[in-house]
Design a protein around this ligand. Structure first.
Ligand code: FAD
Length: 700
């Protein structure tokens, strides 16, 4: 038995060793055989605690992706250590070191989307020792693919009232009223969370007025299948006032837009077709950035949080069957190590069941907990929408809500809702792109053209039930579910919304550790980037770094006070106005987009590991314009090669992986443009400038 085990181990070690050396021959000059040695140590040495179980011994590394599409980002690149983003939060390398060396955490969170990063922040800020693993980049799944609204749920208010005023009120009055209160309480909580985001995190979130156009006074057949909703056009202003009241009027007040005023506010709307518009407010954000801000704040509070570390197995106590830790792999080096914890919390969003399968024992009947429905969004040029007003069509041809919003200088339209199994690549179905294009044109003066779709993607909404509840006790819900496995003690949380990330984190950590020792304090925490006064920061940046206004504003909106740290990575100039424009243009990553090259360097400090991280989430270029993102791949690869010490072979593989991933976004129907390879000398010169700037900063 022992011989068999050691034989398996050495086969595995050879695989790791050859894979590490294959992928990082140049890195070995910088870090000779570090990955291989660390890996051997972790795998061969007895685990940190004397709790080695059967499960641990039987662990067989499996490098096959567990969820569809996952494999394409896992380029083993053995990145070199880069400085931490602010000198306080530790670097990714240090995070890994701590993960490998820690004895036992109070809480181990698996998943670094909005929910997982939020849970790590909550537990760390209560003073618990916490680790959090994310197998891709932070927000690489659902949390970067939302409609970007922090919303209080006007739709849920509608469905709740429709359910209350139904025949069931007579046949089953108690359960109908209970359901109504449950749903209204959820809407009320969403209002509280929305207020927290806009007031406390105003560097990440802002109000956006949303127009509801009415082209008739009575709708037939009525929305939500309830005759009263046919009258919605007549009572909408009153309903929206009630919606405002649920937030204690903390949002700007809803109002009516008469037909005469429509052209000056929303010139794209065909006012002649409309009776009037009702306008209400929700909040908007850059979801991937908010997720990163939560993760960085968790790190600041002391959480060991790391991206590209995947849980591959659950370690259980042989006698009790209780989960005591996990086997994890750093996907950037293929190092395998164990992490032990008192409490394990799965925050896998639509991938919760693939985590739970690792936890389940072979003789257990596995009941799925999460169903998933995908939603597709398309992105159109900014001129399709005013820059400061969005639109909601609550009565599309198949009765789904459709948002039409200005976002990052573009127009974001979505979403659909189709039940499918979750995968990790964005691949949107063409028929859904076409459906959105068609529906978008409904109230406009012109048709939206399919060929104007610049990018398109889909994300999977986790719809959760409690598999450990009594038979028949659960139902598919948009609210979240928290459940604990009776034997292993592993807790999972799934469902909910972006809006409720903080509330969900509080609930799951309360469940995991109770409130006796410390209660939740996240309502008092300002997220990463909001630590200083940013009111006039964009002017400061324009003056000190000769940035264009659009770039300066983008930097402040994205990084908050850390925009200064980003700008320190560009060489300041004292040149004239004319030269200043030139300077900005040279710094740009892509024409007509505000992103600059220094952001790539800074992103590496904020734990970015792949080219795709930069193009999809650290900037949002791939989400906004697929072709522009494809054109930037080499440029970004070249900067990351310098920053992370990639060999040329690794760089090539990273480029290939990014091409595969970004090709999976939907885009225009024009014939594919060839990928433009940029001038290598120009890139080298730029990199030298960045290196100089880093050195200057370090000397300073
Ligand atoms: C199309 C769409 C639009 C939406 N719009 C809105 C909106 O406008 N407003 C709103 O409030 N909500 C919205 N939502 C809902 C919201 O986006 C989600 O509820 C939220 O992002 C879920 O976050 P999560 O952390 O639970 O899941 P995810 O973001 O999916 O995170 C789960 C993470 O677990 C990781 N993981 C999986 N397996 C492992 C493993 N073995 N080891 C380590 N990590 C692992 C994954 O990589 C992933 O990053 C929308 C959802 C969709 C699909």
């Amino acid at each position: 038995m022992l011989r068999a085990l050691s034989c398996r181990q050495s086969t595995f070690a050879r695989r790791i060793s050859s894979s590490s050396s294959r992928h990082s021959e140049k890195n070995h000059r910088r870090q000779p055989f570090v990955a291989v040695l660390v890996c051997r140590r972790n795998f061969f040495s007895s685990p940190k605690k004397n709790t080695k179980s059967n499960n641990e011994q039987n662990f067989r590394p499996n490098f096959v992706a567990r969820d569809r599409g996952l494999g394409c980002t896992s380029v083993v690149s053995n990145p070199q250590e880069v400085p931490s983003p602010d000198g306080i939060v530790v670097s990714r390398t240090e995070q890994l070191r701590k993960l490998q060396e820690a004895d036992e955490y109070d809480v181990l969170v698996i998943g670094g989307g909005a929910t997982g990063a939020g849970a790590a922040l909550d537990a760390a800020s209560r003073g618990y020792s916490v680790a959090c693993l994310e197998r891709g980049d932070f927000a690489s799944e659902t949390s970067s693919r939302s409609t970007k609204l922090i919303w209080a749920g006007i739709k849920y208010m509608g469905t709740a009232v429709a359910a209350l005023l139904s025949r069931e009120l007579l046949t089953a009055p108690v359960s109908t009223v209970n359901e109504f209160w449950g749903e209204m309480k959820m809407v009320y909580n969403c209002h509280r969370e929305r207020r927290f985001m806009v007031e406390k995190q105003n560097h990440l979130c802002h109000w956006i007025p949303i127009v509801i156009p009415f082209d008739r006074w009575h709708i037939s057949p009525p929305p939500f299948g309830h005759p009263l909703y046919g009258l919605f056009p007549m009572v909408a202003p009153l309903v929206l006032k009630f919606y405002d009241a649920l937030s204690w009027f903390s949002c700007p007040p809803s109002f009516v837009l008469t037909r005469r005023k429509i052209p000056s506010i929303f010139p794209q709307l065909d006012a002649a077709k409309l009776k009037y518009c009702a306008v209400f407010y929700e909040a908007q954000h850059n979801d991937a950035r908010t997720n990163l801000a939560i993760a960085m704040t968790a790190a600041k509070e002391g959480a060991n949080i790391c991206n590209y570390v995947e849980m591959r197995d659950v370690i259980k106590d042989e006698k009790t069957g209780k989960a005591i830790g996990v086997m994890a792999v750093d996907r950037m080096t293929n190092q395998i190590f164990t992490i032990h914890a008192k409490k394990i919390v799965f925050c896998g969003g639509p991938f919760t069941d693939s985590m739970r399968k690792l936890e389940a024992s072979p003789n257990e009947t596995f009941k799925p907990a999460v169903g998933s429905a995908h939603g597709t969004h398309i992105v159109l040029p900014g001129y399709y929408c005013p820059s400061n007003f969005g639109l909601l069509d609550f009565n599309t041809s198949d009765k789904r809500f459709l948002f039409y919003l200005p976002w990052q200088g573009h127009t974001l339209v979505g979403t659909t809702d189709t039940k499918t199994e979750a995968e990790t690549l964005p691949r949107p179905p063409e028929e859904e792109i076409e459906w959105i294009v068609k529906e978008s044109s409904k109230y406009l003066k012109f048709d939206v053209r399919r060929r104007d779709v610049l990018s398109s993607w889909r994300g999977w909404r986790p719809l959760a039930v409690d598999p450990h509840a009594d038979e028949g006790g659960g139902s598919v819900s948009r609210d979240h579910v928290i459940s604990e496995h009776p034997t292993t003690g592993v807790i999972f949380i799934a469902g909910g919304k972006w809006t409720t990330w903080r509330e969900m984190a509080q609930a799951v950590i309360d469940h995991a550790v109770g409130t006796e020792k410390a209660s939740c304090r996240t309502l008092d925490i300002t997220l990463w980037g909001g630590e200083g006064d940013i009111d006039n920061l964009s002017i400061e940046l324009i003056q000190d770094y000769d940035l264009s206004e659009v770039t300066a504003k983008h930097l402040v909106k994205t990084y908050g006070i850390h925009a200064l740290d980003v700008c320190k990575l560009i060489l300041p100039t004292t040149s004239s106005c004319e030269n200043a424009t030139n300077t900005t243009n040279k710094q740009l990553l892509a024409e007509d987009h505000p992103y600059i090259k220094a952001e790539v360097v800074y992103a590496c400090r904020e734990y970015a590991c792949t080219i795709e991280d930069i193009l999809s989430r650290r900037t949002r270029l791939a989400f906004l314009n697929k072709e522009a993102a494809l054109k930037c791949i080499h440029k970004v690869g070249s900067i990351m090669q310098r920053e992370l010490g990639w060999s040329s072979r690794v760089t090539e593989q990273q480029i290939k992986a990014a091409e595969v991933y970004i090709e999976s976004y939907g885009g225009g129907v024009r014939p594919q443009q060839p990928i433009i390879k940029i001038n290598q000398e120009e890139v080298e010169a730029d990199n030298n400038n960045i290196d100089d700037a880093i050195q200057q900063q370090q000397v300073a």
